[in-house]
Design a protein. Structure first.
Length: 225
């Protein structure tokens, strides 16, 4: 999430602040490290496509809601956990934080990749991790994208960092009420898990990953069944 609500990355205490002296990781770095260390064990080539949203950049200096952190649209992949962290840090120097907070384009991009896998006959399951700080600005479009993706081999994990109002993320989680799109169609299965980072930032190592990935086995099995 490269939206302006994260605060000035150069200012101490903001969510994207990179501590060059003490080396204390910011919330984004902590989430990336904690979850990618687990998820990489289920990826045979250790290549991860990494995207940002909500920043202003490129030749036109327009806001983009789905841009590869590598800077190369034809190759958004990086290698391993350190590759993800390096791409994250580098993008902070190349893109200006802007807004608003739009999820639909990132979800649609992940869904398109899943469709290609299905068409190619790959036995692959995709996990989309979204790390965000803010109130979502395209709620209905996001619901539509999630409902459209429910029949694909895809799960979406949303981790909220900071102190924003995350009630919309709880709604997207769909544990209590199944999501409905603009046409009134309900999601065929629950594919979203939301976790608030601050609830686990002082917990024992591994607790954030355990809670975040808790529903993944059930979601994966529900697809293949």
């Amino acid at each position: 999430d490269y939206t302006g609500s994260n605060g000035n990355p150069a200012q101490f205490g903001t969510l994207h602040y990179i501590d060059q002296h003490a080396g204390t990781p910011n919330p984004y770095q902590q989430v990336i490290t904690s979850l990618t260390e687990v998820m990489k064990q289920y990826d045979h080539d250790q290549l991860f496509p990494v995207y940002g949203f909500g920043a202003r950049g490129g030749q036109q200096r327009r806001v983009s809601h789905c841009f590869p952190l590598t800077g190369d649209p034809s190759n958004p992949y990086v290698h391993g956990v350190e590759g993800v962290l390096q791409a994250y840090r580098h993008a902070l120097t190349q893109w200006a934080l802007s807004g608003p907070t739009i999820f639909a384009q990132v979800i649609t991009a992940a869904a398109s990749q899943c469709r290609r896998h299905v068409q190619m006959g790959k036995m692959a399951y995709t996990l989309l991790l979204i790390i965000t700080d803010g109130v979502i600005n395209d709620m209905q479009a996001t619901k539509d994208a999630i409902v459209d993706a429910c029949d694909l081999p895809l799960s979406i994990i949303i981790v909220g960092v900071g102190e924003a109002d995350f009630s919309a993320m709880e709604e997207l989680d769909g544990d209590d009420v199944r999501l409905t799109n603009a046409r009134g169609l309900k999601a065929t299965r629950d594919i979203v898990q939301f976790v608030k980072f601050n609830d686990f930032k002082n917990a024992a190592p591994g607790r954030l990953a355990k809670e975040t990935l808790l529903e993944l086995p059930t979601q994966m099995m529900s697809y293949f069944r």
